[in-house]
Design a protein around this ligand. Sequence first.
Ligand code: UD1
Length: 426
Amino acid sequence: MDKLVIEGGKPLSGTIVIQGAKNAALPILAASMLVEGKVTIDHVPKLLDIDVMLNILRELGCRAEHSNETVMIDTSSAASSHVPEELMRSMRSSIFLMGPLIARFGEVTIYQPGGCAIGERKIDLHLRGLMALGAQIEERGSRIVCHAKRLKGAEIHLDFPSVGATENIMMAAVLAEGLTTISNAAREPEIQDLQRFLNTMGAKIIGAGTDTITIEGVEKLAPCRYQVIPDRIVTGTVMVAAAATRGQVTLQNTNPAHLTSLIHVLRRAGVQIAVDGDIIKVGCANRPRAIERIVTSPYPAFPTDLQSQLMVLLALADGVSVMKENIFEGRFKHVDELSRMGADIRVDLNAAFIRGVPRLYGATVEATDLRAGAALVIAGLASHGKTIVEQVHHIDRGYDRIETMLGRLGARISRYSPIPNNGIAP
Ligand code: UD1
């Protein structure tokens, strides 16, 4: 397994261009199965999760190529609706294939998906949504078999605004007969991006970005070329890293409107932020201030995917902050690792009480999941001495070569890969 070695204590500085959004690209790649022909998607980052999705599409019979940041998928030869168990297990987002495959082939076999170890991550809302559209679902152990002649539009209310369930139902309903409405839908920007992509192919969807989405089923979609939105979580990660290292960073290709809650929180902590079109400038000359209370909730509230990164800044802030995690129950795994670096954090159920310390110290720590790993990298950059982050494959799921990206901002960070038969170098 790769490791990252970080010499901390250097403020980040310079300019960086933000990658395309993983969480927008994944459902869009899955949705390409809804059309027969060649789809071209631009600004798709090189990530482990994207590789897995493209491998699944190849297993289903598609041709798929990813060169530079463009993905070309030809779905004309797709023949299978069986997603292999091993690939299903390696990534939670494999569940996105369910909606498109049932819509295109009238059947799909999948398995319980895998993903980050951040909580239970059920799929009941996905299944109930598809059943409401007329799919018959049989669960045999981890295997899920789903049939439908042609899906029929329905009124679907989600008990919780799940991002993935909203997207899966949208994709299934696009080719269903009649009208579908999803109420209490998730409002994340990635859902708006999926709507734009599907509508570019000829779908008739309105309402993404609000809590009610309406989909008028169409007979057929047409291939298109599309560019995904900038990654708001990568943007937020770099913003927090700039502030935690007391640096000065310019981020290009961002969408500041997608980061209103983070910008607000960082300003309250005393971080200087200037916004100009798609550019965000972040600077932090002094020790940040603690923030009394932050709660993660569905968009547009503070995102769970930035909770661990922000916690590093608060661990260095002046005063006591409280962070409440409302989305995933297992999302404080980074706390133990941060404590080993000198952070003073106490967890009680879903709340973390963070007493800021003047400095953190380098240590050997383990990335337990994607965003926790990103937080440890920020902690390493902001601390005194050397930090080794292990289990980097978690970070590679969502950040395109994080060491190259941060190296451009002057970070002293290198990756070491195992050498066969000879342990880890150096
Ligand atoms: C997506 C994001 C992920 C982010 C999360 C919340 C992608 C690829 N991933 O994940 O980065 O952290 O949104 O913003 O876009 N739930 C159920 N039943 C279901 C589905 C979800 O109970 O059928 C629960 C989950 O256990 C969790 C909550 O709903 O507690 C939110 O999950 P959801 O919004 O579905 O997240 P994902 O789509 O998996």
